[in-house]
Ligand binder design. Structure first.
Ligand code: IPE
Ligand code: IPE
Ligand code: MG
Length: 262
């Protein structure tokens, strides 16, 4: 038997993005800033600086595509372990970012939200964040949701403490606790119907959650891409969304074309 050798397609052909099926809530673990910088003999903080510019580009791209919530993991509750100079640089970034970018956010009708233990941040970081929230509070377009000094386990601990206090006060019976009780006790509660991400994108090739949105990602699609965050362009972002669109979300059910019904 003679088989004609099948030609393998090795071109980097991107799946086409369907602009009518843009996910509502896109969450991103922006990773690889330090490695990107090191690769070109720059200090790690140069990667964070460049990464901040990328946040601007991707925010505009996501808003133009019609994303409802863009959640960006900017600083985890574990990132305090880094050298003091790097942490100091990261703490100054929100100020730099909002100083120059709030007018564009207003123009794009984007509202800023921040989730995390904000009261533990340096005073000027808190001020920068709170000002941006106030200045964009009336915008009705995309929510740009920063996870800043955020950790999924810490969030659950705080939420459980809140629920336990309600039970101890006699306001809530243990058997009344359900999914909605827990949703309401988490930091994503203000996002309402869009609290759970549809897709989680992590850059730089790492495949772990690093304590991000542990409850909320229960049925998200995970998209891992090799690009470091400073290398992410709107085209790369669109590629990640197209990868999401190629998935079959079943939520425990079965796909329509797998049904036994004729
Ligand atoms: C992501 O890039 C930014 C933050 C975590 C603040 P990293 O700083 O983690 O970069 P790598 O992973 O060390 O390359
Ligand atoms: C996760 O990245 C946190 C942010 C992107 C802010 P890390 O770089 O801190 O995660 P690990 O340490 O590689 O798991
Ligand atoms: Mg990292």
């Amino acid at each position: 038997m003679f088989f004609k050798k099948q030609k393998t397609v090795v071109t980097d052909q991107l799946p086409q993005l369907d602009k009518t099926r843009i996910p509502n809530h896109v969450a991103v673990i922006m990773d690889g800033n330090g490695r990107w910088a090191k690769r070109q003999n720059l200090p790690r903080v140069a990667g964070h600086q460049r990464g901040m510019e990328v946040v601007k580009d991707i925010t505009k791209a996501a808003s133009d595509l019609g994303v409802k919530v863009l959640t960006l993991y900017a600083f985890s509750t574990e990132n305090w372990k880094r050298p003091e100079t790097e942490v100091g640089f990261l703490m100054k970034l929100p100020g730099k970012f909002f100083d120059t970018f709030v007018p564009e956010l207003i123009e794009k009708n984007v509202r800023v939200n921040v989730m995390g233990y904000i009261d533990q941040l340096p005073a000027d970081t808190q001020r920068a964040v709170n000002d941006a929230i106030a200045q964009t509070a009336n915008n009705t377009g995309m929510v740009l949701n920063f996870a800043l000094n955020y950790g999924g386990r810490a969030e659950i601990v705080t939420g459980v403490q809140q629920i336990a206090a309600q039970v101890a006060a006699g306001e809530l019976q243990p058997e009344e606790i359900n999914d909605a009780t827990i949703d309401a006790a988490l930091m994503t509660a203000p996002l309402g119907e869009f609290a759970d991400p549809d897709v989680l994108i992590r850059t730089s090739g790492e495949m772990r959650l690093s304590n991000f949105l542990l409850w909320q990602l229960a049925y998200a699609e995970f998209v891992f891409i090799d690009e470091h965050w400073p290398e992410v362009t709107p085209a790369v972002f669109e590629k990640a969304l197209a990868m999401y669109q190629a998935r079959d979300r079943r939520f425990g059910g079965i796909a329509e074309n797998q049904s036994d019904k004729k």
